[in-house]
Design a protein around this ligand. Sequence first.
Ligand SMILES: C[S+](C)CC[C@H](N)C(=O)O
Ligand SMILES: N[C@@H](CCS)C(=O)O
Ligand SMILES: [Zn+2]
Length: 350
Amino acid sequence: MGFGSDKPASAMSDFLRNNGGYAVIDGGFATELERHGADLNDPLWSAKCLIDSPHLVRRVHLDYLEAGADIIITASYQATIQGFEAKGFSKEESEALLQKSVEIAREARDVYYEDNGNERSLRNFPILVAASVGSYGAYLADGSEYSGDYGEKITLEYLKKFHRRRVQVLAESGADLIAFETIPNKLEAQAYAELLEEDDIKIPAWFSFSSKDGVNVVSGDSILECASVADSCEKVLAVGINCTPPRFIHGLILSIQKVTNKPILIYPNSGETYDGQTKTWIKSTGVSDVDFISYVNKWHEAGASLIGGCCRTTPNTIRAISNNLSKGPDALRPSEPVTSSHSVKYQLVK
Ligand SMILES: C[S+](C)CC[C@H](N)C(=O)O
Ligand SMILES: N[C@@H](CCS)C(=O)O
Ligand SMILES: [Zn+2]
């Protein structure tokens, strides 16, 4: 039985309870592909690797699993049927590429399970594969997901039509949930919520917004209103923030808690700034892994139960998050991330 198929509404809370009260999300995926040498200067950004370097996609998933991730996010952030068609692929080929993003993540999970004696798959806390859906702004490939300014022509219906088939294909691809990521405005959150309900999408979802001031989402829409959209949608099992500088996260967790009891997820970026024109990162404002990790237990104490990293974080960041959380007050988890060379010792860390 798949994740959420038994008791959909409480699936994430149950998963977290079985998991020691928290789960580790993976880190920056596209930027990790870049560290391995991928050239992402392309309208498809990381989705380009689904076409020309699937082995690298699999490698990065495995690196994050070995670092301690409980949830891995597919390489479909900027994979859209419209984007693939613009490259000359047919509709069928484009849909197959979306499915491939999930297949590669599932394969990496299988390899990881095998290498680790199937400990995880036999327990109540399997690793989850989250199918990424980036925003319409991501498809525009100019960094628009950091402004959320789509102009007046882009209506609710336009956004629903834009995302519909992609969401349907990903929902039928064997993923455990859909990760709507880096959502820049309320309109797009409403479009996702209506799509999930109207199309009776069979797997659950999370909604994750981005912010550049710690008060509103990047478009200027209120985080309270955006999180309320997520709260009202039964298919949404967790809500939170990603690709946002670490210094803003604590206040955003407190805001989101005012409007929802759903589990809160956070996976901040390194704090560096993205230049959408040159597709490069401006380094100076980044925080070190040490700084990032010093916040992790505070975020957990403030109420975030799903914690990972976004752009420019690495497997080292995720390993440190996993180690820090496993030392928390009530965590029934391995004190070191599982690797093929370690036997797993579950212990209550007090
Ligand atoms: C989250 S941003 C760094 C993703 C890349 C952007 N959509 C672009 O194509 O430039
Ligand atoms: N899951 C995506 C998010 C980009 S903001 C990635 O890590 O590439
Ligand atoms: Zn990001």
